[in-house]
Design a protein around this ligand. Structure first.
Ligand SMILES: [Zn+2]
Ligand SMILES: [Zn+2]
Length: 252
């Protein structure tokens, strides 16, 4: 017996009773929605395909009594259909009987119908399982690759930090060396400056002494000697002076 509001997920999460388990094979042949989930209305089409309302559109008849037709998305036939439920005609409802042999139903047709649906669902589950395994394998590879890249990133970041530290040290050393060079240069200039000043002062003293000596002994020094010592770019005429010899031979 098919009942509404019999959702196992809502009533007993994690457990499925036998009545529900016997109806798990009933599914939309196109999108694999399970009938027991009660997520959408389902139809049994005359072509023996079970289809949900999301996968097929009804072509309404010209009069209210005219039964709708459906274009089966599985076999493309234009067929009549009946909604799955307790209001189905008895011969159609028997197709979904969980134990047809107990009620004396001629169950060869029913068995064939239910077996075909079970095989269809089983094939789909195997394909899903295969796809899931592939995705799990891809996820594992992606995870390993991501971890490898992450470790590489960490190594690279460590190396970069080391290089930045080294660059900072080199800059500091270069600045210290530059400052040392400036200090030495400045010191050398300071050392050189007093010597030059001292030698200039000494030269000035020597020159001054020579001048004073030449002024005090000017008569004894010949003029030509003076002229030689103090060479001047201006050529001066030679002046002949009197010879100053004492003459005591007569009184003047
Ligand atoms: Zn569907
Ligand atoms: Zn069909």
């Amino acid at each position: 017996m098919l009942r509404r509001n019999n959702n196992p997920e809502k009533q007993n999460p994690g457990t499925i009773n036998m009545a529900v388990a016997r109806k798990l094979w009933i599914h939309c042949n196109r999108c694999f929605t399970h009938f027991v989930n009660r997520q959408s209305i389902m139809f049994l089409l005359a072509c023996k395909h079970v289809i949900c309302e999301k996968c097929v559109a009804a072509n309404l008849g010209r009069t209210p009594s005219d039964a709708p037709t459906y274009k089966c998305p599985m076999c493309q036939q234009l067929v009549r259909g009946r909604q799955l439920g307790n209001s189905m005609p008895s011969n159609l409802k028997d197709m979904f009987h969980p134990q047809p042999w107990l009620d004396g139903i001629h169950h060869d047709v029913v068995d064939t119908f239910q077996r075909a649906n079970c095989d269809h669902l089983d094939k789909h589950l195997k394909e899903k399982s295969k796809k899931l395994n592939k995705e799990e394998s891809d996820c594992k590879l992606a995870k390993e690759s991501t971890y490898k890249h992450y470790m590489e990133y960490r190594r690279t970041r460590h190396i970069r930090k080391q290089l930045e530290d080294r660059a900072r040290q080199i800059k500091i050393q270069a600045r210290l060396r530059e400052e040392e060079e400036l200090r030495r240069s400045s010191l050398a200039k300071r050392r050189k400056s007093p010597d030059a000043a001292a030698s200039a002062a000494l030269q000035a003293i020597v020159d001054g002494a020579k001048k004073s000596r030449s002024r005090s002994h000017s008569p004894a020094v010949p003029l030509d000697t003076i002229s030689q010592r103090h060479r001047s770019p201006i050529m001066r005429p030679t002046i002949t002076s009197f010879e100053q010899r004492a003459n005591h031979s007569f009184d003047l």
